[in-house]
Design a protein around this ligand. Structure first.
Ligand SMILES: Nc1nc2c(ncn2[C@@H]2O[C@H](COP(=O)(O)OP(=O)(O)OP(=O)(O)O)[C@@H](O)[C@H]2O)c(=O)[nH]1
Length: 801
């Protein structure tokens, strides 16, 4: 068993953490109000070590003045354990019942539908409205008109609520901050930034489709930010629902140890409820909207055997990831429900395990046990390690502690333009953020006042005077960029920011009428500030405005928002692929720039070589500049200018004007003139040398390859394989289900233009596909020839003008 566990751990460690590629849609927060009641037998967990606090220890603990003094003098010397040990009862109770969670999944798995139930059952909303429902109201968290129309989540939305968990007749109130994230790959940044600041997540899977392409992306993102998760297999009412297939796929495809903690009672349209395998109780939802939970010891006879079997699998799987259960298992004893729950909690927080729950959000079944599991198994803010970098100590990492009385540290993770000005979402990692407080932006070194603090409930907000440590809120009137760290000014801390994938597609855009120019610029500025994956630049040669993003849908949504929200009609050019350029050979250069035009001349000589950098496991890396000059033939100052020249050259490659990857330039010699050399001369000389050497080094155009997943009814499989073959796609996996098949292929983005309409035609509108950037790969010779010819012609035309 131990070997088995190690093998799994090793497999996990080796699993790629993903680099670019995104997934995507809209997050929302839910937050439960911090209870001021004392902790009753609560558990706190320090960094890696388990810490359970006995009642007597809690009683002993009081606000330790000495700890606060120490924190004020030198916060970085404190360990999380020291602080947690000294937390007072009220603080400990507040944190123990606080959860910051995200809901993330593949497109259309039911995230928004499930969130709607959560809001209803916790009393945040008093009626349930469906995504694309007949009442045309739309789900609470899809507040944007476009989202409601298209039935997709585009932006993350935050909300908060209180969940009262009842266990053994005792009520415990939890405060949840919840973010509903979008599923579509084009809105991946919304998932990235939500996961960056959340402590735990609910991964939703479809009971019929199991692990899908975006589930894999979401999995990578959760690993990137070490986010523990519970899994919820939704759509148990659908034909072909099979939660155990989903469990197996989490184990195999995601390489994350998973086991069901429930089994279904009935299936498909006869799905009635679930059996809780830990307490061996049947759970049913009653009432018009499933708001009443009925629990009974009477497990239906036809489910009993399955429940016993799956309970045994749960314990055996837990024994693989938890020492305490392993011991009990080897002694052939039966663990108690409390022991099982404690083991699930430990293993989930340690990222070794995910418990799998099941239900149907649309049929109002088994959502409440999922909320109980959020409280039972996902960490509270004091159980998650959050690090900041201390600028005083060479950016040494320091642990942030979610204690209200410590100096304030928060991260601005999302910006949004609202009717009342810029809204900045902040996660408070340490200390308290108060209305009217002056906070310090670690990036700009500027102080700003916080005039208003609100808690978001989708598009509504509730003003609050202060927000405690470990919570999420939004503030008005704070000018900053996404990813900025704020402190109270006393701590020189900054937090690492989130991962922003590079755009893969771009198009030219301009307003149809010049009278709309002002609104057009306003919209561009706003979208850019809000979404770091949406980029805008003016092409220096063509003077066209170019927008770039994660996919056609991503850019289409902005064009549509411009029309609706800013009343600007625009013209767009053909979508352009974000190509890259590289070299394939080692080439030497010795280049002299020499100009004598009367007065002071220009002189710079650079000598060295260029060579390709072998692509790593994540593909082609950034280009690099190195200087190896000995003997001072080029001074430091001029070498710095050479580097600038190199960076400028890499922005617009010599071949087709796209950025350069995987290329090293080394300058190891040169010459300087007493009077004629200047920084400009060295910068220009480097650019000229780069250009010449690049062309001699067998340059290569690189094109983005997309991991493409297609799902369609089985009868269309032949048609789709035909479509993919025409596009030279490499099919890597095919899975055939009872009704639908899912096919995964690597395809160049260039070959995928127009694919959606062809897929529609080939599957009578029943096929779906999703694409995610995978890596850059050398473009075929013919395509490279065409691109180079087009680029040269465009340049020649420009010169003629
Ligand atoms: N049969 C069935 N359908 C469901 C269930 N939950 C959601 N749906 C339907 O699935 C579709 C997608 O639901 P959403 O809640 O929008 O899914 P989502 O994951 O939020 O979608 P995106 O945010 O766009 O990725 C809608 O038509 C829902 O009515 C369920 O439990 N059973």
């Amino acid at each position: 068993m131990r070997v088995h566990r190690l093998a799994r751990a090793a497999a996990l460690a080796e699993a790629p953490l993903g680099s670019l590629r995104g997934c995507a849609s809209k997050p929302r927060f839910l937050c439960l109000n911090a209870s001021s009641r004392g902790l009753v037998g609560g558990a706190g967990r320090g960094l890696g070590t388990q810490r359970y606090f006995s009642q007597s220890r809690i009683a002993r603990a009081s606000v330790a003045e000495s700890v606060l003094k120490q924190a004020a003098a030198d916060p970085s010397a404190l360990t999380q354990e020291t602080i947690i040990d000294n937390l007072d009862e009220v603080e400990r109770g507040r944190l123990a019942r606080l959860r910051n969670i995200g809901i993330a999944a593949h497109i259309d798995s039911g995230k928004t539908t499930a969130t709607e139930r959560v809001l209803f059952y916790t009393g945040r909303i008093n009626a349930i409205h469906e995504v694309r429902g007949k009442d045309a109201v739309g789900a609470k968290m899809d507040s944007m008109e476009l989202e409601r129309e298209k039935g997709i989540t585009i932006q993350s939305a935050a909300t908060f609520c209180d969940w009262v968990k009842v266990e053994n007749g005792k009520e415990e109130k939890y405060h949840l901050n919840l973010i509903d994230t979008p599923g579509h790959i084009d809105f991946t940044i919304e998932v990235e930034r939500a996961l960056r600041v959340l402590d735990g997540a609910v991964m939703i899977l479809c009971a019929v489709s199991g692990v899908q392409s975006q589930t894999i992306t979401v999995d990578r993102q959760m690993r990137r930010y070490n986010v523990p998760r519970i899994s919820f297999v939704n759509k148990m009412d659908r034909m072909g629902a099979n939660p155990f297939k989903a469990v197996e796929q989490i184990n195999q495809k995601l390489r994350l140890t998973a086991a069901a903690v429930q089994v279904p009672i009935g299936s498909e349209d006869n799905f009635q409820g679930v059996v809780d395998l830990i307490r061996m109780k049947a759970i049913y939802n009653e009432g018009p909207k499933g708001e009443i939970i009925r629990e009974t010891d009477e497990i239906p006879a036809d489910v009993k055997k399955l429940a016993e079997e799956k309970r045994a699998v749960l314990i055996e799987t837990l024994a693989d990831v938890d020492d305490e259960i392993a011991e009990i298992f080897l002694d052939e004893r039966t663990p108690t429900p409390e022991q099982i729950k404690a083991a699930i909690r430990r293993a989930t927080i340690a990222l070794k395990f995910t418990p799998v729950l099941m239900g149907s959000a649309l049929a109002d079944k088994s959502v409440q046990p999922m909320l109980d599991a959020v409280c039972d198994y996902l960490p509270n803010p004091s159980e998650v390690e959050n690090l900041a970098l201390d600028k005083r100590r060479d950016e040494a990492p320091v642990k942030l502690v979610s204690y209200n009385s410590l100096p304030f540290v928060g991260l601005a993770f999302k910006l949004e333009e609202s009717n009342y000005g810029q809204l900045t979402y902040i996660r408070v990692y340490q200390g308290t953020l108060k209305k009217g407080m002056n906070v310090f932006n670690a990036r700009t070194d500027k102080r700003v006042k916080v005039p208003r603090i609100v808690r978001m409930h989708s598009n509504e907000m509730e003003e609050v005077p202060e927000i405690g440590a470990g919570e999420i809120c939004a503030v008005f009137g704070v000018d900053c960029a996404s990813g900025d760290t704020f402190t109270d000014g006393g701590l020189p801390y900054s937090m690492s920011s989130m991962f922003v994938p590079d755009p893969v597609i771009s198009l030219s855009i301009k307003p149809k009428s010049t009278k709309d120019t002002a609104n057009f610029s306003k919209a561009m500025n706003r979208f850019q500030r809000e979404d770091p994956t949406f980029r805008v630049h003016v092409d220096a040669e063509s003077q066209e405005t170019i927008i770039s993003g994660m996919g056609e849908l991503h850019l289409d949504i902005y064009v549509e928002r411009m029309r609706r929200e800013y009343k600007v009609e625009v013209e767009t050019g053909q979508p352009q692929v974000a190509y890259r350029e590289t070299i394939t050979q080692h080439v030497k250069f010795d280049h002299t720039l020499k100009k004598q035009t009367g007065g002071a001349g220009d002189y710079a000589r650079v000598v060295g070589y260029m060579e390709p950098i072998e692509p790593g496991p994540n593909g082609y890396g950034p280009s690099k500049f190195e200087e190896q000059v000995t003997g001072g033939s080029i001074s430091e100052k001029f070498l710095f200018a050479c580097e600038k020249g190199f960076l400028a050259s890499c922005e617009k490659g010599p071949l087709i004007g796209h950025p350069v990857l995987g290329t090293t330039m080394i300058i190891n010699d040169g010459a300087t003139h007493m009077t004629d050399s200047s920084e400009m001369a060295f910068k220009n000389a480097t650019q000229q040398a780069f250009r010449k050497a690049f062309k001699e080094a067998k340059p290569q155009v690189l094109e983005p390859m997309m991991k493409t997943t297609i799902t369609a009814p089985n009868e269309f499989q032949g048609n789709i394989v035909g479509l993919l073959n025409k596009r030279n796609a490499i099919i890597s996996d095919t899975e055939i289900g009872p009704e639908d098949f899912t096919l995964t292929a690597d395809c160049s983005l260039n070959a995928m233009f127009g694919f959606s309409s062809q897929l529609r035609a080939a599957t009578q509108g029943k096929g779906e596909f999703g694409m995610e950037f995978s890596h850059y790969s050398p473009a075929p010779g013919q395509l490279q020839k065409e691109l180079v010819a087009k680029h040269e012609k465009a340049q020649a035309d420009r010169h003629k003008k």
